[in-house]
Design a protein around this ligand. Structure first.
Ligand SMILES: Nc1nc2c(ncn2[C@@H]2O[C@H](COP(=O)(O)OP(=O)(O)OP(=O)(O)O)[C@@H](O)[C@H]2O)c(=O)[nH]1
Ligand SMILES: [Mg+2]
Ligand SMILES: [Zn+2]
Ligand SMILES: [Zn+2]
Length: 377
C-alpha cells in the first residue's frame, strides 16, 4: 500500500487512493474515482473542459465545499516529508528563531529553500520584514494557530546523476499557551504525534538563577511587556515537556517505563544575554562554528556544545534535565545554545540595528544530518 499522506491543514493521514481531485478551470470536485480513472489519470468530467489531467488533490477530511478548497501540494506526494514541530512556552523566542533560522538556511552554501504555499511565503516575508527591515519584534503567535510553514529543501552538493537530493519540510510552530492546553485542541495533539522531529525552544529566563543574573533592563527588553511587568508565572517548559511527552505516549502507546525514541533538539534561546557572564562555563557555545555556513554538519562541535549546555543548565535547573531524560531517549536528544538576534533588543519594541544570528543553524543541521540530508564531518 502506498504511504499515507499527511494533510497539512487538518493533520489527518490520507490514503492516496482516497484523495479527492479538483479542477481549477471549472471548480469541479471529483470525490469518487473509478479504478479505470486511477489507472489512466483522473480527468475532469465537465463537458468542454480541456483540463485533461487534474493534478490538484484535496483532502477528503477537510473538504467542505467548492468555495473552500485546501489543495495538498504535489510535493507531499512526490517528496520525502519531514514534519517538524517547534515547541516553546509563550515568549520563549520560537517565532523569531524559526524565521531567522529559515533565513540563514536560505543563504547557506549548497542548500536551496523554496516556500511551497503562498501562505508560507507571505507569513515568512512579513516576519522577515519586521525583524530585518523595521527592526521590530514580530507579534506573539495567536492561540490556536496551526498553520504550517512548508518548504522544499534541495541539497545541490548531493546530486546523483540529474537527481538533486530533495526533502519537504513541513514546520509547525504554535502559540506557547496551546502546548499547555492540548486537551482542548485535538489538532495540536495531532501535530505533536505526527511530527518526526521536535525542537523544544527553551527560554533561559524562566529559570530563577539565570533571570536573577540579569539587570532589569535586559530582562524587560528580552520578553514581552505583559510578562515583564507582571509577576504572573508563565507556563514553564517543565509543564510543556511533560504535556508533550504524555501526548506522544498516549497516541503512540508508549508506556511510562520507556523513553520516547525520537530526535529532539533542546534549544536554549536568547543566549546573547549570558555569554559575557558565563564565558568560563560556555567557552564553545559562545563561539561561532565556521562549518555551519558551509553546508555540512560538524558532529564533534555538536557534542561539545551538547555537553557544555547540559552542564550549564544542570547548575540552574537540574529538574529540567531529570524530566527530559525520564521522557526522551538521551542518545537522540541534543542541547543547543543560540541567539536569534546576536545581542539583546534595544528596547521593548526595537531590535538591534544589526541582526547577527548566533549558532541558529546548529540544531537544524544536526536534524538534517540525522535524516541523511546533509553530510557529517
Ligand atoms: N535577548 C534576546 N531576546 C530575544 C531573542 N529572540 C527573542 N527574544 C525575545 O523574546 C520575545 C518573544 O519572542 P517570540 O519569538 O515572539 O516568542 P514565541 O515563543 O514565538 O512566543 P509566543 O508566540 O507568544 O508563544 C521577543 O519579542 C524578544 O523580546 C534573542 O535572540 N535574544
Ligand atoms: Mg510565536
Ligand atoms: Zn485535511
Ligand atoms: Zn475541468
Amino acid at each position: 500500500m502506498a504511504k499515507k499522506i499527511l494533510c497539512p491543514d487538518c493533520i489527518n493521514r490520507v490514503d492516496p487512493q482516497k484523495l479527492y481531485y479538483y479542477c481549477r478551470s471549472f471548480g469541479e470536485v471529483i470525490e469518487a474515482i473509478t479504478t479505470k480513472e486511477k489507472k489512466n489519470g483522473v480527468k475532469c468530467r465537465t463537458d468542454g473542459c480541456n483540463n485533461a489531467h487534474i493534478i490538484l488533490q484535496i483532502c477528503p477530511y477537510c473538504y467542505k465545499n467548492e468555495n473552500d478548497i485546501n489543495i495538498i501540494p504535489n510535493e507531499f506526494i512526490d517528496c520525502d516529508t519531514i514534519n517538524l514541530n517547534l515547541i516553546g512556552g509563550n515568549c520563549s523566542g520560537s517565532t523569531n528563531y524559526l524565521h531567522i533560522m529559515l533565513n540563514e538556511l536560505s543563504i547557506m552554501n549548497g542548500i536551496v529553500t523554496t516556500p511551497i504555499t503562498a501562505q508560507t511565503k507571505e507569513t515568512h516575508n512579513t516576519i522577515y520584514e519586521d525583524i530585518y527591515i523595521n527592526h521590530e519584534k514580530p507579534p506573539p503567535t495567536v492561540c490556536g494557530y496551526t498553520e504550517s510553514s512548508i518548504w522544499k529543501l534541495k541539497n545541490i552538493n548531493k546530486k546523483k546523476g540529474n537527481k538533486v537530493f530533495t526533502k519537504l519540510f513541513n514546520i509547525y510552530n504554535g502559540a506557547g499557551e496551546d502546548y499547555c492546553d492540548m486537551i482542548i485542541n485535538p489538532q495540536i495533539e495531532r501535530i505533536i504525534t505526527e511530527s518526526n522531529l521536535i525542537i523544544f525552544v527553551i527560554d533561559p529566563l524562566e529559570f530563577d538563577g539565570l533571570r536573577n543574573s540579569l539587570n532589569d533592563d535586559d530582562y524587560q527588553t528580552s520578553t514581552f511587556d505583559q510578562y515583564a511587568q507582571s509577576s504572573k508565572i508563565r507556563f514553564n517548559s517543565l509543564n510543556i515537556i511533560s504535556n508533550v511527552a504524555d501526548c506522544i505516549r498516549v497516541h503512540r502507546g508508549i508506556n511510562n517505563y520507556k523513553t520516547i525514541d525520537m530526535l529532539v533538539a533542546v534549544v536554549f534561546s536568547k543566549m546573547d544575554l549570558f555569554f559575557d557572564k558565563f564565558k568560563v562555563d560556555l567557552p564553545n557555545v559562545s563561539q561561532i562554528n565556521p562549518h555551519n555556513r558551509l553546508g555540512h554538519f560538524d558532529s564533534k562541535d555538536c557534542e561539545i556544545v551538547n555537553k557544555e549546555m547540559r552542564a550549564w543548565i544542570n547548575n540552574f535547573a537540574p529538574s529540567f534535565i531529570t524530566l527530559l531524560d525520564a521522557n526522551f531517549n538521551a542518545k537522540k536528544c541534543k542541547f543547543f545554545g543560540i541567539s536569534s538576534y546576536g545581542s539583546p533588543p534595544k528596547s521593548e519594541i526595537e531590535l538591534p540595528n544589526e541582526i547577527l544570528p548566533h549558532r541558529v543553524l546548529d540544531p537544524i543541521l544536526w536534524l538534517l544530518a540525522e535524516k541523511g540530508f546533509i553530510d557529517k564531518i
